[in-house]
Design a protein around this ligand. Structure first.
Ligand SMILES: *Cc1c(COP(=O)(O)O)cnc(C)c1O
Length: 466
């Protein structure tokens, strides 16, 4: 008890040091991976160390870790902090429940059920729908694939895949689709990647063409992964048109909204996932657009029976009290499962659905602002769709790989690059809702001054690549 209090005091001290450092040094010192163990003492020993030494080395470690919440971090599909969500997650750690039974998690089970119920209503699924919170978007896609597989052929669960199955996804969909097909016994080669249009959206007629070809070859199409939004471009696949085809050929429609599915909270942007109520399953990551700490990945399934059929297993040592309905371990992938619901619940409770809507809308507003900036400046070449929080561009024809690594090495900005149709570009993501237009402008001004300053380096490189 005394020790915990002391450590919690230290937590405040270390956190304060971090928050100050985030402003002063928004990009952490870069330690080359091959020098890491020389430059930092990460060793573990037989004997413990004094608390003073311990707290010092912990502070050092924290300050040298990449700062994903700083105003110079635009590298990933998450960033910043929603304070109320942080509070919820910290309490989840202190509480340390496991989300398998009501006996062990009590009202926390209700927290998760309330989130699932609310999202089900918002996306227009029927009341017999259900869901779970898995360890991430990749795992949600995997669970959806397994449900689709078992729904298509209920025998597979017991006897394995005996005749090949075909899954479809767009060529710009998340890489977890290939891995998941391998895990599920479907096989990577049985994932067909459907072509996308210039905006990065799957082309429905190409999808139908692929199905017809597979059917005529005696293959068994069973699953489509539609994306909302794609990881690089932030493109939303046209769900209604895809649903027409899936209904016609009895194919399970899963909507992978890990990145952009949270538009379900926005009056202005929910049209991007219109038709989602026609899908069989839908997933989104609250740790991306809603800004909760990692991870918070919600999976919804239209017919609860699919989740039960594929994931329930009896375990008498575990399920000893209460109804299955209050023992969410009965429908989850994991056994012991972290409470990822509380952080979203605390945020949602405190700001309301309206507040979540504001978070989402703000990111799009920042993206519009950034896109307008680059569009109106002839030094920038802009790529990608309009309604997206990924703003893709190149600056003065400079190789995006080179500029992104130089900016990182010189501790200016952390931003990454992407590729579409063979063209590479900087992918600037306005997902940190703590930012304002000021931070967006600052990004461009840092980038431009840096290029100006290092002109020689970039002009020669740019010259080479053209
Ligand atoms: C991020 C992302 C995923 C993976 O989610 P994780 O939580 O990182 O596993 C899946 N699909 C899309 C479209 C994504 O952007």
């Amino acid at each position: 008890m005394q020790e915990l209090n002391k450590d919690l005091d230290q937590f405040r001290i270390i956190t304060e040091a971090l928050l100050n450092d985030e402003t002063e040094n928004p990009v952490s010192e870069l330690i080359p991976a091959d020098k890491l163990f020389e430059e930092m003492d990460l060793s573990l020993q037989e004997e413990g160390i004094s608390d003073d030494k311990f707290y010092n080395s912990l502070t050092d470690l924290v300050l040298k870790t990449p700062k994903t919440a700083s105003a110079h971090f635009f590298n990933q599909l998450f960033g910043g902090r929603q304070s109320k969500a942080v509070l919820g997650d910290l309490l989840a750690v202190i509480l340390n429940n496991s989300m398998y039974t009501y006996k062990v998690a009590g009202p926390q089970v209700g927290i998760e059920k309330e989130i699932i119920k609310q999202v089900v209503e918002k996306i227009g699924y029927p009341s017999k729908s259900s869901g779970t919170i898995a360890a991430g978007g990749s795992m949600n896609n995997f669970m959806a694939l397994i449900m689709a597989r078992d729904h298509f052929d209920s025998d597979i669960k017991q006897n394995g895949v005996r005749k090949s199955l075909i899954a479809y996804s767009s060529k710009d969909s998340h890489y977890s689709n290939a891995k998941n097909a391998a895990f599920a016994g479907i096989g990577k080669d049985n994932v067909k990647y459907v072509a996308t249009n210039k905006a990065g959206q799957i082309i429905p007629s190409e999808f139908e063409k692929a199905i017809l070809e597979d059917l005529s070859n005696g293959n068994r199409p069973f699953f489509l992964n539609a994306t909302a939004a794609t990881t690089v471009y932030g493109a939303y696949d046209p769900i209604n048109e895809l649903a027409d085809i899936c209904e016609k050929y009895k194919i399970w429609l899963h909507v992978d909204g890990a990145y952009g599915g949270a538009v379900l909270f926005s009056e202005k942007y929910k049209h991007l996932i219109s038709g989602v109520e026609r899908s069989n399953s839908f997933a989104f990551n609250a740790h991306k657009m809603l800004g909760t700490p990692l991870s918070c990945s919600i999976l919804l399934v239209k017919d609860k029976q699919n989740l039960d059929y594929s994931f329930s297993n009896d375990a008498t040592y575990l399920y000893q009290t209460h109804d299955d309905d209050f023992n969410p371990g009965k429908t989850s992938f994991q056994c012991g499962r972290r409470n990822d619901a509380l952080k979203l619940w605390t945020l949602w409770k405190s700001v309301g659905s309206r507040g979540l809507e504001k978070i989402v809308d703000h990111q799009f507003a920042l993206a519009d602002f950034a896109r307008e900036y680059v569009t109106n400046n002839p030094d920038y070449q802009v790529y990608g769709p309009g309604d997206s929080v990924s703003v893709c561009f190149n600056y003065k024809g400079i190789d995006p790989k080179i500029i992104c690594s130089k900016l990182y090495e010189d501790r200016e900005l952390v931003v990454g690059y992407g590729e579409f149709d063979g063209v590479e570009f900087i992918r600037f993501v306005t997902i940190n809702a703590n930012n304002s237009e000021k931070e967006i402008l600052n990004f461009f001004s840092v980038l431009e001054s840096y290029v100006e300053e290092k002109q020689d380096l970039f002009l020669t490189r740019a010259g080479k690549t053209e």
